[in-house]
Design a protein around this ligand. Structure first.
Ligand code: NMX
Ligand code: MLT
Length: 437
């Protein structure tokens, strides 16, 4: 059965569960809200539902119930590779099932039919100032594509129907995940390779084709596959996924929704942290260890300099996680197991920071989680493979994150999730409740 048909069956099977919960158990309490949560970014309040992934504070992410090692082990591998294709992962995110090789081949073939990016998208990107941040270019590209949204077309057709609306989200979502690596490669080539554009290779899967289009070597194909899968989803409350969900809840189409999600990803406390990590580490190397090995003392001094200047240590801490991010561990293992990369001086610095930073952050005493997150380890791999333009790293994150955000809003529509509209209160109300205890 084709992916869309399987998904249709899954959504129809799932709908009665959601209906029953609302009708029969709608008033069962699952949480309560305190004043500090209300002022402090709604941290930990249980108020979103997704089955695509779940983040346990101690264990880290599970995609459709699978840990990262389980995910990589379960999915069919790309030809000649130890890593699965992004397409196979997309199938699993959407359906919850591990696809057969034949099902993967179908998705790879389906994406090929969706990959052609209209010329007006490239024209719009070219019209931007050349020194625009690449995340601006990616976000603008999403908005430029909006005029051809199939979901918006369905909404405006006068035949809009809540039961089938998800099918049009699926169409836009699939177009976005198939096209976003092509757009990202265009941006990369425009900004950093003197506009040397490379045509799609129709024989390659998504990750391999991205590597091909940005002029990368063979080994980078697995880096791209691993990177996009690891960055795909982190349950629903993170800024990019939540923004995408929120915007789509107004029935804004997937292009509007994901452009908004990307704008959130571009913040330094979220996806831009991968760029910040590289910037911080290279400046540290330049200032403290031009001709010497990075010692524990030097790293401690640099960390304290940053903290004393009132800044955060990029790549460390997390709103939910309370242990080392398994996405960090997975990428670290990739580094340790890759000859050359495991001896790369920048990897040694990153590894040394991992030894020192948690202690310093604990002594500093503010962060609830002194351990590294995904962004602390992703950039060094890119640098090693020659992708040195680190202001591009959040675009890579955005390509991966499209998978999770698009799978989520397809299901949002399938299950008819409501317009998101939490209630706000005033400070005076909080003060009154505070006095009343
Ligand atoms: N360095 C210094 N201080 C920190 C750090 C850090 N890495 N992490 C948290 N704190 C501070 C935080 O600023 C806050 O200070 P204050 O009370 O003065 O406002 C205090 O510790 C308590 O914060 P937490 O409750 O531990 O963290 P929160 O949930 O608010 O924020 C992050 C989570 C991820 C925004 C925060 O840890 C951070 O800023 N980390 C550095 C940026 C980063 O790596 N972001 C990427 C996250 C992953 N991603 O890809 O999105
Ligand atoms: C993410 O991948 O979205 C980040 O780790 C941030 C989060 O989960 O809040």
């Amino acid at each position: 059965m084709a992916l869309k048909e399987t998904l249709k069956q899954k959504i129809e099977e799932h709908r009665p569960r959601t209906t029953r919960l609302v009708k029969e158990f709608g008033k069962v309490k699952i949480d309560e809200v305190t004043i500090d949560q209300c002022i402090g970014g709604a941290r930990d309040i249980r108020s979103l539902v997704t089955d695509i992934s779940y983040l346990d504070p101690q264990e880290g992410i599970r995609f459709r119930g699978k840990t990262i090692p389980e995910t990589f082990a379960a999915l069919p591998k790309a030809p000649g590779s130890n890593y699965p294709t992004v397409e196979s992962f997309w199938y699993m995110l959407l359906t919850g099932d591990v696809p057969t090789q034949a099902q993967v081949d179908e998705v790879v073939a389906e994406w090929k039919t969706r990959q052609e990016v209209p010329q007006y998208v490239f024209d719009a990107i070219r019209a931007l100032p050349k020194d625009s941040h690449p995340m601006v270019m990616l976000s603008v590209a999403m908005l430029t594509l909006q005029k051809d949204s199939k979901f918006a077309g369905f909404y405006n057709s006068g035949k809009f129907n809540k039961m089938t609306a998800w099918e049009y989200v699926y169409e836009d979502a699939s177009d976005i995940v198939a096209r976003i690596p092509i757009i990202a490669a265009f941006i990369y080539n425009l900004k950093y390779r003197g506009d040397k554009q490379v045509a799609i290779d129709p024989k390659l899967d998504m990750g391999a084709n991205f590597a091909h289009m940005i002029g990368q070597k063979e080994e980078y194909k697995d880096v791209a596959r691993m990177y996009f899968i690891l960055h795909s989803d982190h349950e629903s409350g993170n800024v990019s996924a939540h923004t995408t969900h929120l915007v789509h809840s107004a029935l804004s189409d997937p292009y509007y929704a994901y452009s908004a999600g990307l704008n959130g990803l571009a913040g330094p406390l979220h996806g831009l942290a991968n760029q910040e990590v590289l910037d911080w580490t290279l400046k540290f190397q330049e200032k403290y260890c031009k001709d010497v090995e990075p010692t524990e003392e030097l790293i401690k001094a640099a960390l304290w300099d940053t903290l004393n200047a009132g800044q955060v240590i990029p790549g460390y801490g997390h709103a939910v996680l309370r242990k080392t991010d398994p996405r960090y561990t997975s990428q670290r293992e990739f580094c340790l197991n890759t000859p050359g990369l495991n001896e790369y001086p920048l990897f040694k610095v990153i590894a040394k920071i991992f030894e020192v930073a948690p202690g310093v952050l604990t002594e500093h005493g503010k962060t609830k989680n002194p351990w590294p997150n995904v962004d602390a380890q992703s950039g060094v791999i890119q640098m090693y493979y020659g992708l040195t333009e680190y202001d591009f790293y959040t675009v890579l994150f955005g390509v991966g994150r499209a998978l999770g955000c698009m799978a989520n809003i397809t299901w949002d529509r399938g299950l008819g999730y409501a317009l998101e509209r939490p209630k706000s209160v005033t400070t005076a109300m909080l003060e009154k409740w505070a006095e009343a205890g």
